[in-house]
Design a protein around this ligand. Sequence first.
Ligand SMILES: NC(=O)C1=CN([C@@H]2O[C@H](COP(=O)(O)OP(=O)(O)OC[C@H]3O[C@@H](n4cnc5c(N)ncnc54)[C@H](O)[C@@H]3O)[C@@H](O)[C@H]2O)[C@@H](O)CC1
Ligand SMILES: Nc1ncnc2c1ncn2[C@@H]1O[C@H](COP(=O)(O)OP(=O)(O)O)[C@@H](O)[C@H]1O
Ligand SMILES: [K+]
Length: 486
Amino acid sequence: MRLFTSQRMRQADATAVGLGFPSLLLMEAAGRAVAEWVLERFPGRPVAVLCGRGNNGGDGLVAARHLMLAGARVRVFAAEGHSGDAAQMQRALQAHALEPRPLEQWQPQPGEVIVDALFGTGLNRRLEGSWAELVGRINASSCPVVAVDLPSGLPFEPHVRAHSTLVLAALKSEHLFYPWREACGRIVLAGIGMPERSLFQPDLPELLTPQAMAALLPRRSGDAHKGSVGRVLIAGGYANYTGAPALAALGAHRAGAGLVSVAYPAGLELHLPLESVRYPQEHWSPEGLSHVRAEAAAVGMGAGPQAEPAAQAVLSRRIPTVLDADALQPGIVESYARAGTPAVITPHPGEAARLLGSEAASIAASPLEAARTLAERFAGVTVVLKGGPTVLARQRGSGVELAVGTTGNPAMASGGMGDVLSGVIAALLAAGLEPWDAARLGVYLHGLSGDRRGQVGLLAHDLAEELPQARAALERGEVRAFWEWR
Ligand SMILES: NC(=O)C1=CN([C@@H]2O[C@H](COP(=O)(O)OP(=O)(O)OC[C@H]3O[C@@H](n4cnc5c(N)ncnc54)[C@H](O)[C@@H]3O)[C@@H](O)[C@H]2O)[C@@H](O)CC1
Ligand SMILES: Nc1ncnc2c1ncn2[C@@H]1O[C@H](COP(=O)(O)OP(=O)(O)O)[C@@H](O)[C@H]1O
Ligand SMILES: [K+]
């Protein structure tokens, strides 16, 4: 499943029409889905449908007809000047003797549900004047708003704040990224019968779905033993930073590693899980790690100034490695890329800014572009740009492949969460997954565990404790995406 932009959705629409699919059928299906959602969610409530002059407004006119046919009390207010499909839908409505009134005449009525069909993917600049004023009045009314496709005004200010958004054909960036996502409310995705071929745009970012992620779970055979399911080396820790490698070790254990070994500066007091094996290092060196049995590693958590020697010592093992925290320095990442050792980097926006020599705020504002730039800059390395949502990237052929996480929540904004993620991804690498699969599944499971324990006050080790149940639920097919299907 792919994440669209407004522009790419219009392209898909045009492709569908090019394939001979009548656009009027799409509008009919869209409006009908809106009406069905309103009837299901707000049974018996009167409805005001507010229609713009484009195709989003056309969807609203269809919704009004189906609401009326289902016996709902409907008032329709529409902008002047419909053309094309929307004009035909206006005539269809008028044939049922329902005449739209001028949009300016709309006044909110208590108890009424508002269908926001003012603007969708066709908006190309911020709303001003009477449009902005109308949006302000919608938001000030205490009426619940069902937005068609997008809350009108997004991705600019001002915009409608919706109770729910009935998304047409595919999710768009506004439905996933903040701050826009908060305006969408509940997200309900309606298929509307768009031909699959028009939606096939593999260069768009992949959305991580429960079905796709469940298929990646490493299977464990009946004769499995601790040496056959993946052994992990964690390398980190320095001075006061003793929690970070311990949390990474916990993440690896809880993600199913058969054995977890932790290498750290000798003299540090680490509170490791009882099950971890300790490898205190007098000086970081390849020899110091040569006896550790591991198929994958995670380096850098709490390593401070020792990240560089720790990363170089681990690099001598030539095993797939997660580079996190203090190991996220351009020189270290380049040395892994040059050596051709499979590497996954897991920066948050601050660490990504250090890698790119830019600002954390600009990275957080454009995570897809930043992840792409990281994948281009460190060719061959898998990028996990953490955030809400997390964006993944890797170079593939002459382009960059992107993916966007669909799990995780703001309760995860607390120290140590990223350390757990490093351990999870390392465990999946050790189990034999390719870096791209280990990174996507690791991000998904980590966020899913956070969602299943989603209250503020969540600790990183609480999240780690949830990993086995989250994994089992995913395996049993019990996990639902954050959007609902219709
Ligand atoms: N697969 C699809 O893409 C489908 C799309 N449909 C609907 O079509 C919508 C897109 O329709 P349109 O492309 O007609 O676009 P919209 O209906 O979103 O709006 C376009 C209209 O708004 C005007 N406009 C743009 N920015 C403005 C601004 N800042 N202030 C005032 N006016 C502004 C444009 O000149 C145009 O008249 C989708 O969001 C969806 O609701 C559905 O009908 C069915 C299928
Ligand atoms: N608002 C949020 N929504 C979704 N996930 C979040 C949010 N805030 C934090 N996270 C997740 O929590 C983790 C935080 O990692 P990081 O900042 O590296 O923490 P630390 O360095 O303390 O271990 C990341 O996986 C990130 O995606
Ligand atoms: K809308």
